[in-house]
Ligand binder design. Sequence first.
Ligand SMILES: O=C(CO)COP(=O)(O)O
Length: 252
Amino acid sequence: MSKPVSLVAGNWKMNGQRGSWKEIDSLITKIDKEAPADCEVLICPPLTLMALFAVDASQSKVQIGAQDCHQNNKGAHTGDVSASMIADCGGSHIIVGHSERRADHQETSALVHDKAVSVVENGMKAIICVGETEAERDAGDAVKIVLDQISQSVPSTATSETVIIAYEPVWAIGTGRTPTVADVEEIHTAIRNSLIDRFSSDGAGFSILYGGSVKPSNAKELMGAENVNGALVGGASLKADDFNGIIDAYRP
Ligand SMILES: O=C(CO)COP(=O)(O)O
């Protein structure tokens, strides 16, 4: 039975210019020198920077990924980019089903499923995001909503080597608010049990990240919770010191 890999991933969203490289370059050097024990580090910048970062980081322990992809490999899809193109640029992971894409682009779990299949078929890892809104939590439906998203978004061909789950409560993203550790553990343990039900012993090996207002001051507590195997970080991944402070949670 494989053990989940710990991962700290930065999602830059629609932020960052070519000059951002200078700050992140010094962070990558620091991470390479003081590599955290047993923890992978991933940065998902906007696509305009991805290829540049992937080339510069090719000798580094820091991996580079993307924030979304089209579900098809090629074709007449103006403005879209495929998983095969991202692999071609040196990407190792692609985030799919982020709540901002589910909300801004009406992405359904069925579409997220197809994107995840394409990511895996192109030899990368899919980070599949799930999470409830505040109204759904207040109605007592958080576990049900998240498990429905998991069952519809995670492909039946998924393995612990190819798919990572990120639990991101929508109301915690960019708000400075986080669930209690007990609430995080309730959802992550429900996700873990559903993965074991579906994928037998391999379900125990999937990495399950927490995302939503992670910062250096709460990283150790959130990432130390049961069945939490790392973090998907938004705002705090844009500042090298903050991102490094979060990675510190995994340094001995
Ligand atoms: O959406 C997120 C990462 O994908 C979380 O964003 P924040 O860390 O800014 O809350």
